[in-house]
Each structure stands twice: as C-alpha cells, then as structure tokens.
Design a protein around this ligand. Structure first.
Ligand code: TYD
Ligand code: MG
Length: 458
C-alpha cells in the first residue's frame, strides 16, 4: 500500500486544499499562494459515532421557537445600516481591510459606544500593547462603562476568559496574530486561522457573545487572508479606499441577518472615524469646474444611490500600442467601451493611452456607470467639457445601444436632491413614475445621442 503523505497544500487566500503543490491556486487563481501544512488530523476508524437513542431530531418550522432578539446600536447609524439594523447578539462579524485603514479605530469606537450604553465589552489585542491601545483610546475620547482590554495571542486562554467573564461583545484584533496551541503551525498560517475561527465561532454561538474578528488583507501573502473565513462567519465587512486619503468606505459583503452590498462612508479625523451621512455631496467635493474628461454618474450601492465622478484622460501614446488603465472601474469594461466608441463613432483610439478613474476610492461594479465612462472618454478626446449640471447613467451594449438600469427613480431623485438640473438616462427607463420635479430628463437610446449633448455645448 502506498504510504499516505503527511502534508497537504493550502491556498493562503481562499483555503483551497490540494494534495500537490502548484504555482497558483487551482480555485481562486492567486499566484504563489499555495503553502505546505501538516495534514489536519481527522477522526478515523471503523467505530461509528452514531449511538441508537442519542440521535438529534429534525423539527418542523412550527416547532421552532423564535424569541425576538433585540439588536443593539453600534453608535453609528451608517454602520448599523450595513449590519442590517444593528448588532445581533451571538453574531460573528469579520472586519477585513488593508493594514492601517482603520479597523481597530472603528471597533474601538463601537466598543466605546456599547460600553457607554450598558453593555459589557472585552477588547482583545494581539497586535498592540496596552499602552498603544490607551494612546488610541485617548484620541477617540473618554470611555465610560464596563469595557476592559487584554493583550493576548493564546486563543485557548482568551476563550477561557470569555467563558468566565461572559461579555456581551468582544473584539479579536487580529485573527492572524492568534494561535491555538493544539494546532501545530505558526500564527497566521491557514491551519491556525481556520482552527482559531472555528473555536471563536463555537464560543460566540454557545455563549451568545457578539464577536468582531479583525482580518488583515495581505498583498504579499505572508499570512492567510480573511477570504478564508468568509464562509464561517455571519457577516463580512470590508474597508475600501486609499489608506492615505481621508475617506474610508465600509462595505457589507455578506450578511446572514440583512441585505448585503450596503456601504457606509467614514472620514478619518484626528479623533477617529466620523461617519458621513451624505456621501454623494462628499464624493463630489473638489470636482474640477468646466474640465473636459469628467462626468458625474449616479450608481447604486446596495439600496443607496450615490453620486460619483468618473474621470477619463486620453493622450497620444509615445509607443505604438496605447495603454489602458482603470482605477475604481473594471478594466475590461473600459476596454470594451473604447471598442464600442471606436466602432460606432469611427474614432481610432489604438494609438491613445486611456486612463479612467472613479474618484473617491470606490470600486464600482454597477453597469449604470458605463454611459458616464463613455461621456468622460469622449469629452477628453474632443477636449470639450460635459455640461456642468448634467448627470448621466445607463448601461452600454456592444451595438452602441443604451440599456435600462434598475432603480432609475432613486437615482434621479438623488441627482435632483443634490441640485443637478439635467439627467441623461436610458430611454427605456423613462417611465411616468419618475419624479422629475426640478430636473430635466433626457432619454437616450444610443451612445451617439448621449454624446451629441457634449458636442452641442460649445
Ligand atoms: P488603525 O485603526 O490602527 O488601522 P488598522 O487596525 O486597520 O490597521 O489605524 C488607522 C490609521 O488611522 C493609523 O495610521 C492612524 C490613523 N488615525 C487617525 O488619523 N486618527 C485617529 O484618531 C486614529 C485613532 C488613528
Ligand atoms: Mg489594527
């Protein structure tokens, strides 16, 4: 009989398990992410764990008793909305993001509010000393109520403390620094991160403690990434945005207790993170006046309409083949829109470098952004500005047609609220229930019609 190998290979990003090493993960395709780890011991043998008389009993829906669980507020209306209306007791929440983006700051602020509103809170840090925690806390404000701090990385001890103290809310900062002594590998490795999360999950559910887990997103892949745990936790929040810019976007990627895809916008101040209740106005601040290559669109993020600026720059390339760069928008989408413009307007872009940028650090997937990208690209090419009070949204098809997008009414209302006077939208979205008070609606069915609004603006 062939001897079974004692090690297996794991992907650091998604946790995919393989028996052979390969240069990239067969599942998530991340290069150089496969690492060798000892095979997890699994109970084997011929004994069955099923004993007659001790079987769990499946139940009917009517038999399930639901006691209405009170959600509690985190002190930030925006964060409550992303969580689906507040924090639910016994839930496990993963907060991911680049190092230094503000995960610890946000959670410390949440803990401060919860403690002040009579909840028992325990903040466990495996990254910072008590002194560092105090310095951060001093910047944020005064702390009242039952909140305690612990610097520890041995998860068995942490969980023992949780069982003894039974706080309402706990923070584990960060999962990559924790280790479970029984799992024989280094902290931050795939095996450890998985094992630790499993142990935390059992404690959260068993004792009804809401636990926030911090997970660093790692570019170089030296430690396991938070993607690995997404399926184990109830809610996944990711911080987006540039660490060096002031604003941070928190996006709910998964939510077992509410809608996912909601976002909250925060600004990093000297005294911690401050929520921005009106992100559209914030995203548009600092917009260049009368500049070519800039168009405003209204996209949907979850249930919220959001105005953003998309900028494009077309310049003649010094090398034969033009480069394409997209920041905040999908690269392939930009290439596709350039091809559609070339084909339908008889322009040649192949010797141009094209740069597209969505300002505000947001990553946009809404197809409604297409028409704004087309407008911005054309505006830059012709060097003519898009009219200032004009807002545009719509999906662009390969035949140069402008297709309808969902929730047109919400988008138009948000544009009107922020003082835009003209809205260019897909003709098929022009329905009678659009509230067009104070804003002129122009329905277009092809990109040429949309673009003529730029050409006529001389
Ligand atoms: P931090 O919350 O520690 O990030 P993470 O836990 O995600 O690694 O810190 C975020 C950054 O914000 C850090 O560089 C310091 C800065 N900061 C402020 O600008 N103002 C503040 O009030 C605080 C607490 C931090
Ligand atoms: Mg931190």
């Amino acid at each position: 009989m062939a001897k079974e190998s004692a090690t297996v290979f794991f992907c650091k990003e998604c946790g995919y398990e393989a028996s052979k090493w390969s240069g990239f993960c067969p599942s998530c395709k991340t290069p150089n992410s496969m690492v060798e780890a000892p095979k997890p011991s699994s109970p084997r043998g011929s004994f069955s764990s099923v004993r007659p008389g001790s079987l769990p009993k499946p139940v009917r829906l009517e038999e399930i008793e639901v006691d209405r669980q009170e959600r509690f507020s985190t002190g930030s209306q925006e964060l409550d909305r992303v969580l689906g209306g507040g924090l639910l007791p016994g839930s496990l929440i993963l907060t991911g993001g680049d190092p230094g983006i503000g995960k610890s700051t946000l959670l410390l602020q949440v803990c401060r509010h919860l403690a002040a509103s009579d909840h028992k809170v325990l903040y466990v840090s495996g990254e910072e000393s008590l002194r560092q925690l105090k310095l951060r806390a001093d910047r944020i404000g005064t702390f009242k109520g039952d909140i305690r701090f612990l610097c520890e990385t041995n998860l068995e001890q942490i969980l023992a403390i949780l069982r003894e103290e039974k706080p309402d809310v706990a923070v584990i900062d960060s999962i990559q620094t924790m280790y479970a002594p029984q799992a024989a590998s280094a902290p931050g490795s795939v095996t450890q991160v998985r094992e630790c999360t499993n142990m935390i999950l059992n404690t959260a559910k068993g004792l009804g403690i809401s636990i926030f887990i911090v997970g660093h997103v790692t570019k170089d892949g030296a430690v396991a990434g938070p993607k690995l745990l997404e399926h184990m936790v109830d809610t996944v929040l990711y911080f987006e945005g540039d660490r060096h810019a002031a604003y941070r976007i928190l996006r709910g990627v998964k939510n077992r207790f509410g809608a996912s895809g909601e976002i909250a916008v925060f600004e990093m101040r000297g005294t911690g993170l401050k929520e921005i209740p009106n992100p559209s106005a914030y995203m548009l601040s600092g917009r260049p006046e009368n500049a070519s290559g800039s168009a405003i669109s209204c996209i949907m993020e979850g249930t919220r309409p959001l105005l953003i600026e998309v900028q494009a720059l077309l310049t003649r390339s010094n090398y034969g083949q033009g480069r394409r760069t997209a920041t905040g928008a999908d690269y392939n989408r930009v290439a596709l829109l350039l091809a559609v413009l070339e084909k339908h307007l008889n322009i040649v872009f192949s010797d141009c470098d094209a740069f597209v940028n969505v300002t505000g650090g947001l990553r946009v997937n809404d197809p409604g952004l297409d028409l704004a990208m087309v407008m911005a690209l054309y505006s830059s090419y012709r060097n003519r500005p898009v009219p200032e009070n004009l807002i545009v949204f719509g999906e662009v098809g390969l035949a140069g047609e402008v297709r309808s997008v969902q929730l047109a009414k919400e988008r138009v209302q948000e544009a009107a609220r922020l003082g835009f006077t003209t809205c260019v939208l897909p003709k098929s979205s022009l329905t009678s229930d659009l509230n067009a008070r104070g804003i002129k609606l122009i329905g277009v069915s092809t990109i040429s019609q949309a673009i003529s609004l730029i050409s006529n603006n001389e």
